[in-house]
Design a protein around this ligand. Structure first.
Ligand code: OOG
Length: 254
């Protein structure tokens, strides 16, 4: 087994068994190409078990998130159908290692995503509020850039609220975002925190996907990255994200 496959197996087992592992960087840092190769090998293990890739996600598109984690480059990860929780659905709190939750904007992409000459914004078919549960497989939720890329950007699960057609969603560049737990406000922000305008996530994802061998195709979901710092997922309760004039999405943790 190659070093890449070995690390993918360690991270995969850590996710399945909900046990934290040592950061590869504590030995020697992974370069970008190796880190993405590990992520690909990790996803190949999941698809071999029957999971289907349904989209991509960006990480560290907001300064607040980058500051929280001490990492400064935008990264890209892979979403599978097994990570998706139905809107209003249940997330078992005990399944993760040290899960956190963050409010996001989700995009549903259409055919022009495959056209390199098309304006990336025209690839957005629909927009929705989303919640992402992240759960680093590393001890103490600590990592460097290579570590977190290899760990599929901490992706754990996500829920997407009602889709709204892009044609009537209006400009997204400065909408209030609220994260609530059982009706208590735990975090607030603006969609402006996501690359200045979350629509920019499409061009960024296209560039990163091309650079690192990921596929962004019509029908894919794209999570644009968190609008606020992440908060610990509660042991139980209702977590919701609301984006002004776009909608609300909730999950039940128990
Ligand atoms: C990495 C994932 C970051 C985001 O939205 O910025 C991310 C992490 O913080 O563990 O998904």
């Amino acid at each position: 087994m190659s070093a890449v496959d070995r690390l993918a197996a360690v991270l995969d087992d850590a996710q399945v068994g909900a046990g934290a592992v040592e950061q590869p960087s504590s030995d020697s840092p992974l370069d970008l190409a190796t880190a993405y190769a590990v992520q690909h090998a990790l996803i190949a293990r999941r698809t071999a078990r029957g999971e289907r890739v349904i989209g991509l996600k960006l990480g560290f598109t907001s300064r607040e998130k980058a500051r929280q984690m001490g990492v400064h480059d935008v990264i890209i990860g892979t979403l599978t159908d097994a990570m998706r929780v139905e809107e209003g659905g249940r997330v078992p709190a005990g399944r993760g290692i040290h899960p956190r939750v963050e409010p996001e904007v989700a995009f549903l992409l259409g055919p022009s995503i495959g056209d390199p000459d098309a304006d990336p914004a025209t690839a957005i078919v629909a927009v929705a509020p989303a919640l992402e549960v992240i759960d680093s497989r590393y001890r103490d939720f600590r990592f460097d850039l290579g570590d977190v890329i290899a760990d599929n950007t901490s992706a754990s699960s996500f829920a997407i609220g009602p889709w709204r057609a892009a044609s009537d969603a209006g400009p997204l560049e400065n909408r209030a975002v609220a994260l609530e737990i059982d009706g208590r406000m735990v975090s607030t922000g603006s969609t402006a925190a996501i690359l200045g305008d979350p629509v920019r996530a499409v061009a960024t994802a296209r560039r990163l996907a091309r650079a690192h061998g990921l596929v962004l195709e019509a029908g894919s979901v794209l999570l644009a990255g968190a609008a606020t710092a992440a908060v610990p997922l509660p042991a139980r309760g209702t977590v919701s994200a609301t984006i002004h004039a776009l909608g609300r999405v909730a999950i039940d943790v128990d």
